[in-house]
Design a protein around this ligand. Structure first.
Ligand code: GCU
Length: 347
């Protein structure tokens, strides 16, 4: 039954995508250029709210020429699919996790390192620092896409169906879903769990059918994606702060006039700002809903043993990609000035 359902939704997804990208989805409608943006979150998620703000803003300024369309919930495919579609110009923008971008450019490995940022303040300051993100965001231009802004995705922590994670030893033998990135697989290996890479859209079913024992993500995954219906323990080990990245097709961006480009840029800045404001509120609400309605128990283990295991990865990554060292050092400056003031779970 589930297989039939999966096949059917896959078929419908492909049919929808074909429809959008051809015939009625032609890139101009009524003389206006359609600007397509895909992402993988539900419509209640801060990312969607922020992109709708972008749509409103750009259309308020350039509505006679551009018609912005936002496609949520993997309607245009998984993040990996959407990055490829953006690369070729089949769509114009998509939101991809920094983890996924690691498979397109080694430079993105930097922001996937576990325990890279000392606090969420240091994380935000680093991602707002043009000297750190600028060269990395531009580094995929030859491949046809560039990053236009970053989007907060909080802190990633482990959550499981039935095993409370109080220390790394508790991960032993557990199958934990990770994003499809070599850094995440290696982190899981070091921590002793069994890394199971898969796309975001497959996680709920994998948890429900016990193909995996748990996953790792921010709190929104519990509510917005329903993982808290199945996983009853969420453990603040705080292993990563991985941003989402809004990427755009270079040919589209380069084809904008300087005036249009400036307005799009204001729109990208708005995405970042609106999402950040929404994020804080949404995470608070998600924690409350997960605890009260889904019966999720939040745990606050000592993060030191997790850090101790993961920290050697920094040197391994820097040895492998020495070009990342200046950016890594610049992050350490933010870490020094903005060392953690809050505890685990403080966004
Ligand atoms: C977060 C992130 C998404 C990502 C997902 C994942 O929700 O915002 O961009 O796809 O994690 O774990 O795959």
């Amino acid at each position: 039954m589930r297989k039939t359902y999966k096949m059917l939704s896959l078929f419908l997804g492909i049919a929808f995508l074909a429809l959008v990208l051809t015939g009625c989805g032609a890139s101009s409608s009524g003389g206006k250029r359609i600007v397509r943006i895909g992402h993988n979150q539900a419509t209640d998620h801060p990312t969607h709210v922020a992109l709708l703000e972008f749509e409103r803003y750009v259309e308020s300024k350039l509505g006679d020429k551009y018609n912005v369309e936002v496609y949520p919930s993997e309607l245009l495919g998984s993040q990996t699919d959407m990055v490829q579609l953006t690369q070729t110009g089949a769509i114009d923008f998509c939101v991809a996790s920094n983890s996924i971008l690691e498979t397109f450019s080694d430079n993105y490995t930097l922001f996937n390192m576990p325990y890279l940022f000392a606090s969420s303040e240091a994380y935000h300051a680093s991602m707002d620092d043009p000297d750190i993100v600028g060269p990395i965001f531009d580094s995929t231009k030859k491949a046809g896409f560039e990053a236009v802004t970053w989007i907060d995705a909080g802190t990633r922590n482990f959550y499981t169906v039935s095993t409370p994670i109080e220390s790394p030893a508790d991960l032993k033998g557990l199958k934990i879903r990770v994003q499809q990135s070599p850094t995440n697989v290696e982190m899981m290996r070091l921590l002793g769990g069994s890394a199971t890479p898969m796309g975001f859209g497959e996680v709920y079913t994998a948890l429900q059918s016990k193909i995996i024992d748990g996953a790792e993500n921010n709190e929104m995954a519990l509510t917005s994606n329903g993982h808290g219906d199945v996983c009853k323990f969420y453990s603040y080990d705080m292993h990563q702060m991985i941003p989402d990245i809004l990427i755009g097709n270079c040919a589209f961006l380069d084809g904008l006039s300087p005036e249009e480009r400036a307005i799009f840029q204001e729109g990208f800045d708005l995405v970042n700002q609106v999402e950040r404001e929404e994020w804080t509120k949404s995470v608070e609400a998600a924690k409350e809903r997960a605890a009260n309605d889904q019966g999720v128990q939040f745990l606050y283990p000592d993060t030191a043993p997790f850090q101790e295991i993961c920290l050697p990865m920094h040197q391994t990554v820097l040895d492998q990609y020495p070009d990342l060292k200046p950016f890594y050092d610049a992050i350490q400056v933010h870490n020094k000035t903005l060392a953690s003031e809050g505890g685990a779970g403080n966004e």
